[in-house]
Design a protein around this ligand. Structure first.
Ligand SMILES: [Fe+2]
Ligand SMILES: [Fe+2]
Length: 282
């Protein structure tokens, strides 16, 4: 029997309709992969593109990474964030171009989730909280891809959500037999993002599926839910899913921990809101 999944993924994976990566960005991504290339060379290349470097600096100084002081140069940003997180930011700058100017709700949701993920990762003393924040920043990229490739289906999806009162993920699974997490995971890995970012994106709605980066996937999952529960931003539905048992288990957190996070997050979201207001000009 023909599944819905197959024709859907065929359209999604059709490279002819994948957004093209500008030459300079493709080169930066390639250099970031090459262990022999020095920080200095990569910094020089990024700095040669004014738009790219100003976007990276603005994101590096955003409330979701919470570095003390101001990061004012690309080499400093690279040292503080590390090459994997920088790679995520380079891709984020492409997604800014892909999304339409009315996507403020999407950016608020993404920036809010990155902020929550950073707070949780730091409290749990995860080794590289910047990588978890960057995965959180990109976690719903699959929605942007579905919307840009299948505009009519995306509209039908929104209608289903309203009429049937289901979550976007439920509507996606029903219509395409694939959800935006899988689409996002596939897309970022085809763009060459490291597994520490790809797996949490692919598994943010199904923590149990994560094999290598289960803690990171659980943090992104939890951060996403906290932000939705907070009513911050909007990405297609108002549904707040329960925290999955696998996430409770792998993070080993309790209700009082969540309350503390929620208080800290509440203060930070005021800053994130101000930041996101200027996001379209990043
Ligand atoms: Fe999602
Ligand atoms: Fe989300």
């Amino acid at each position: 029997m023909e599944t819905k999944r197959h024709p859907f993924m065929k359209v999604i994976k059709d490279v002819r309709s994948l957004p093209t990566i500008p030459g300079i960005i493709a080169k930066v991504l390639l250099l970031l992969d090459d262990n022999k290339t020095s920080f200095k060379e990569i910094s020089r290349l990024i700095s040669s593109d004014q738009t790219l470097s100003s976007r990276i600096l603005r994101l590096a100084n955003s409330p979701f990474y919470r570095f003390p002081g101001h990061v004012s140069t690309i080499p400093a940003a690279m040292l503080m964030l590390g090459s994997k997180a920088i790679k995520g930011l380079v891709l984020t700058s492409i997604i800014f171009e892909m999304t339409d100017k009315n996507s403020l709700g999407y950016w608020e949701h993404s920036l809010g989730t990155a902020t929550a993920a950073n707070i949780i990762a730091k409290r749990l003393r995860v080794a590289k909280p910047e990588e978890v924040s960057t995965a959180a920043l990109l976690h719903d990229i699959g929605k942007v891809i579905i919307k840009s490739k299948l505009r009519d289906d995306y509209e039908a999806l929104l209608t289903q959500i309203k009429e049937k009162e289901v979550s976007m993920r439920e509507a996606e699974l029903e219509m395409f037999e694939v959800d935006h997490a899988e689409v996002g995971g596939w897309a970022v890995s085809s763009w060459g993002l490291p597994e520490v970012l790809c797996e949490p994106i692919a598994c943010h709605h199904d923590v149990e599926k994560a094999e290598t980066y289960r803690v990171e996937a659980a943090i992104v999952h939890l951060a996403d839910i906290l932000i939705k529960a907070n009513g911050f931003g909007f990405t297609g539905d108002d549904f707040v899913p329960p925290i999955q048992p696998a996430a409770w288990e792998v993070l080993n957190v309790n209700e009082p921990f969540l309350e503390e996070i929620t208080v800290e997050l509440g203060h930070k979201l005021i800053e994130v809101h101000e930041f996101s207001q200027g996001i379209q000009s990043v």
